[in-house]
Design a protein around this ligand. Sequence first.
Ligand code: PHE
Length: 452
Amino acid sequence: MPENRCVQGIWTSPWLFILAASGSAVGLGNIWKFPYMVGENGGGAFLFVYLLCMLFVGLPVLIAEVALGRSVRANPIDTINDLHERHIINKAWVLVPYLAGLAGFLVLSFYSVIAGWALAFFERSLKGVFTETDEVQTQSVFQELISSPSEMMLWHSVFVVLVILAVGQSVTRGLAVLVKMLLPSLVLMLLGLSVYSVLVGDLDQTLSFLFSWKWNQITPNVVLAAVGHAFFSLSIGMGGMFAYAAYMSKHMSIARACSIVVGVDTLVAILAGLVVLPLVFALNINVDTGPSLTFISLPVAFGSLPGGQLVGSAFFLLLILAALTSAISMLELFVSWLHERFYISRLKASLLLGVGVWLLGFASLLSLNDWSDWTVFGYVLFDLLDKFTSLILLPVVALLLSVLVALNIPRSRLENELITRNPKHFKWWYNVLKFFSIPIMLVITITGWIGV
Ligand code: PHE
């Protein structure tokens, strides 16, 4: 397939794909969600299963998604259509990229509400609200924000506008430059903060929380949460990686690129855990507090740091940018499709989708306060969207994509696409995907649902 077949341009260097994909993977999932998921799901037991899931499910499935994405050099929907027209696969598979796009759309609606919290905390940090604060005060700052629909609406809108403007541009241009500056700054910042947190926080309790766990803590729910979060964190099953892969040079080794992305993503999550958990234990905050955990514990640390106002503001700014580079990839599937298929400009396409995201996000932020009586299966809309996407939609889309690649695409096509130097590596990936990742995903999803 010639390189110039791709309408929206090609990443000019192999590293740009890695940067953009890492920008998609590293986000609120690593810094905000991972620490509280570890806290809620029993610490070490969750961490252990999560790491296994990243390696034996996340990585093989990511490679499958990227290989499929690069094969035709078009947006995910047209890629599947093309494979069908060439009689390689059945028409029914076209449903999968639509489901993936839907997942990205739904996730973005509540993701932008949380990014809005980061914007609100950035503003408060700049104003010095957290100087010499304690956990009771930060808890009430958080509570005040959650109970103010108008303020959450404001920041949610700001974030959605940023996303629309960013996705409106071509992702093969500015995005990688942004991520190139963002990732090293984020890792350095987290490294510095983790040293501080380990020094002033409760390291002993953190270590025993992470390392002395019992096998019976690994329940179906914990396993489902870990696999769901691995997909969320690697942006699998939402078509973003699929879409980005279309712009990837044919000379790049997919397995190598994906391994780097998984490594970076895991590193950032573990660092975030090392920043948040020692503080949580030292401050006697309940480790299973849930989504507010990071927003309550971190400002206390910033408040007591010399230059904390600046450090805290810089941290929240980095968090917002990390959320932005993830959010861009959530809309990429539909935006690239509308642009390539219907010649709608990227900006118009992202505006169209952005308005939908904005409205749904509005409803989900209201579900945290004014509409909190309205529940489905005991969940308010905000939690429902989170649970539905990470426990149902993402695992199902990831499973379908894997089955499509492993059982329907001819093996020779995949071998050509993956260009591994050592044929053993291809075999290893193919067999793990077929005989391990797919059955495991099936078992986990079904037992998890029964257990939920
Ligand atoms: N991986 C992102 C994070 O960890 C979230 C994300 C999901 C991004 C799906 C794109 C697509 O925050």
